[in-house]
Design a protein around this ligand. Sequence first.
Ligand code: HEM
Length: 434
Amino acid sequence: MWQQYGDIYRCYFGPFLTVVVNDVPGIKALLADERTSDRPDLFLFRATDNNKGLGLSNGHVWRTQRRFALSTLRDLGMGKTFLQDTILDQVTEVLKIFSDTNGKPFNPKILFGQSLANVICSVTFGQRFEHNDKHFLRLMELFAENNILAGFNRPLQIFPILRLIPFSKFRRDYLALMRNINELHEFIGVLIKKHGIKETSDGVRDYVTAFLQTQELEKNNPNSTFDDEQLVISVRTLFGAGTDTTAGTLCWCLLYMIEHPEVQRKVQEEIDQLLGNSQLVTMEHKVNLPYTEATIMEVQRNSPAVPATGRGVTDDIIHDGYLIPKGSHIAVNMYGVHHDARYFPQPETFRPERFIDEKGRIFRPDAFMPFASGKRMCLGESLARMELFLFFSNILKHFDVRAAPDCHISPNDVIFGQVNVPGRFELAITPRRL
Ligand code: HEM
């Protein structure tokens, strides 16, 4: 539609006027505008999140809770080295499980999901699960199902009345989604109750502790947004937003390495030259591993886990001579920008070098926006970038990745949900001899 109608056009999704934006200056300007900081007011968003949590809430609740979440995650060391140990624990476990596969084909998606959920678990509760814990496995299953059931573009979002048709798929999907949400909320509620306020001797507070302490401080404030339901939904948002996105991206990384063995070799050579034999790659090495970082960026450009995002417009906006009316929706096409030859010449070619400048340093063009942009951009970007770097570099340092025999793999095989993850695939890994 962009090729036919240009950088900005409007269409209707059912009753919702939606303005689709495809160009970088337009996206940057609109996403920076206060009048686009709401999420669209959609039926399923209301049913599952009730204007609470971090991802789908709006107005005063969203503003207060986003500020709180950012400052709490910053205190916990997001983007700094404090979290590194937590992530590296999970990396070490993954490396061990990889090595136990003995070259047998497997799909790493669930394993990545569990490891990344454990990082979020450490951030929120200061504890982690065993990978084979049956509650943990169930939690992962519920999130994966909801990813498919709750996307922006489900017919149910647009025509909620469909859920009332007896015995229909719409009704089944709706009931399944609500059952999953209730189960998740109950489970998280029990964890929070058991956890209570816990402050460690070195003053590090996990998310739940920081929230409960603020709730206590604000107990006489009638406008406080720190209620019990808010905490449950915020924790669910952090798990939901922070697990499948990064796990899916890591799967994409390995798939692209299978498609482009020459890139895989170059990443390994860069790491070998810097680190030699034994140790783990850490964040301190990142500045000297530009090709490795550029490779992750090139994967995110080609297959962004979140290909588009949506906003609700709270007041009339005149943009580039067009009226975007109050109450309409904006759809931001990050996938389109990432594949637009104006911003990325020969966009279908996989070429990490495009993100390295002439001095050999990483270069982040404005058009690269896997975490979106503006006031509502990804809240976990620094954590996600740290996770992607530590997992990817350490996996390639220790293993060669190749396709499993008889397994056809293609980056075009995608499961479309709120997050785009690779379709069914298996890969085989063999330890590298260093
Ligand atoms: C590769 C991994 C990730 C990708 C590609 C990604 C991408 C995105 C994108 C595109 C958005 C929508 C932003 C917008 O509408 O402008 C978003 C929102 C969000 N992300 Fe991430 N994300 C990732 C990892 C994480 C992690 C690890 C966390 C948890 C700490 C997280 C937490 C959130 C939250 C809470 C929101 C909602 C923000 C809001 O509405 O204010 N994300 N993410």
